[in-house]
Design a protein around this ligand. Structure first.
Ligand SMILES: NC(=O)c1ccc[n+]([C@@H]2O[C@H](COP(=O)([O-])OP(=O)(O)OC[C@H]3O[C@@H](n4cnc5c(N)ncnc54)[C@H](OP(=O)(O)O)[C@@H]3O)[C@@H](O)[C@H]2O)c1
Length: 252
């Protein structure tokens, strides 16, 4: 049984991956949707042609992960694609934010992504794909979004190294590094502070970011960056010393 697995499929870019892969990929028996909110995923599934399996789970919960492991061991799917989209960010000064919310970012964005990737690789075959949602926040440190940016730097670094390791097996890994994307992400992210107005200028639509990510994955690219502003930011973050850029950024 050939499957695609998408985490964070109840909302935003995860739901968009589900819709776009549903109509663009052939030879797939089931698309598995993972997130905590079952009802929201059922709504996504209702608008898809493929057979879907809705796995409501908190990917930071050890018992839920064990349940998922059992599903894999029982069904032995061939995982043609894993899209690790689940994640969240909270803006604000590190020392003033709730500690558990910040540790949660590390748990969801880094730990759970790493664990699910590890669990899925044995079920992959030649030409399978892994898409990891990093962020342009991975390109340099971000005061006022410190833990989130660091978590995405982890995802970006991990994905690039993993891509090299899996190349011989012809499994291809793409790190997606969008700037701000218009999704419910900001309902949580802006709880304690607003993003810079200049960042709002670069706000992208989820369908465009996802379309490019899928195309970059099919083209075996290790990185997917949508939009001229974000590409320019990525280049600047490589060429200009970070301490100079940081000197011009507000520290909150
Ligand atoms: N929007 C942006 O500006 C932006 C920019 C760059 C990168 N990203 C990254 O893109 C990814 C998708 O974000 P989005 O913009 O689509 O945001 P979103 O609409 O808020 O989606 C986040 C998804 O993560 C799931 N999730 C969160 N915690 C979870 C947990 N513990 N267990 C299982 N699922 C969990 C949520 O589902 P439930 O609540 O149902 O569990 C939801 O489906 C994230 O990794 C985010 O960091 C976003």
């Amino acid at each position: 049984m050939n499957v695609i697995i998408i985490t964070g499929a109840s909302s935003g870019m995860g739901a968009e991956f589900a819709f776009q892969l549903d109509y663009s990929v052939g030879n797939i028996d089931e698309i598995w949707l993972i997130a905590r909110r079952r009802e929201a995923m059922l709504e996504v599934a209702q608008n898809m042609e493929h057979t879907t399996r809705v796995l409501d789970m908190d990917i930071t919960n050890a018992a839920h992960i064990a349940r998922f492991k059992n599903v894999l061991e029982k069904d032995k799917p061939v995982i043609r694609m894993l899209v690790n989209c689940a994640g969240y960010g909270v803006m604000g000064q590190f020392a003033k934010l709730d500690m558990n919310e910040q540790l949660g970012m590390v748990d969801v964005n880094c730990r759970a992504l790493t664990q699910l990737t590890y669990m899925c690789i044995p079920y992959m075959r030649k030409n399978s794909r892994i898409i990891q949602l990093a962020s342009s926040a991975a390109f340099m440190p971000q005061p006022g979004f410190a833990v989130y940016a660091a978590s995405k730097a982890y995802v970006f670094s991990f994905s690039r190294a993993l891509g090299r390791e899996l190349k011989a097996r012809k499994i291809y890994v793409t790190a997606v590094c969008p700037g701000p994307v218009n999704t419910p992400f900001f309902d949580t992210a802006e709880k304690n502070g607003k993003i810079l107005a200049v960042k709002k200028l670069a706000m992208a639509q989820a369908d465009k970011v996802v379309e490019k990510a899928i195309s970059d994955s099919f083209h075996k690219r290790e990185k997917s960056v949508y939009g001229g502003w974000i590409n320019a930011f990525g280049i600047a973050a490589k060429l200009i010393p970070h301490r100079l850029i940081l000197a011009f950024l507000p520290n909150k």
